[in-house]
Design a binder for this molecule. Sequence first.
Ligand code: THU
Length: 145
Amino acid sequence: MTDSRTDIYAELCDRALGMRAMSYAPYSHFKVGAALLASSGKIYTGCNIENAAYTPSNCAERTAFFKAVSEGETFFTAIAIAGGPADGEVQYCAPCGVCRQVMAEFCTGNFEILLAKGKDDYRCHTLAELLPERFGPENLGHSSE
Ligand code: THU
């Protein structure tokens, strides 16, 4: 028995897994893909993009967020993340602290984060679970609307 939420989660996981093919990770050889669902219903994808100077490297999740925000989206429902070594198995790959903070800028605590190993094999967490006691726009007098 599937419902529309299960279907969209499966699609997000599938898109995140597919985006690993676009990963530019010549240093870590750890390929990550992400698929971000905006409240508009549109899906924005991203991959990790590394750099020889290391610090400018960007995670897959932030690539997806920055693509979406640059297209005018600021409200989001869920993200799927798929990561693992280029020559190994996909893991349940949790977002790094910097990506969690970027999520906190645009998402409420019930934003859903799917750690995908397969289309129908994922762990689901909320942002509130992965980043409790967040510092966010509210601290500076901005509502996240
Ligand atoms: N990475 C991501 O893109 N997302 C994550 O959730 C974890 C880590 C990337 C950063 C770097 O390119 C590589 O994975 C190894 O840390």
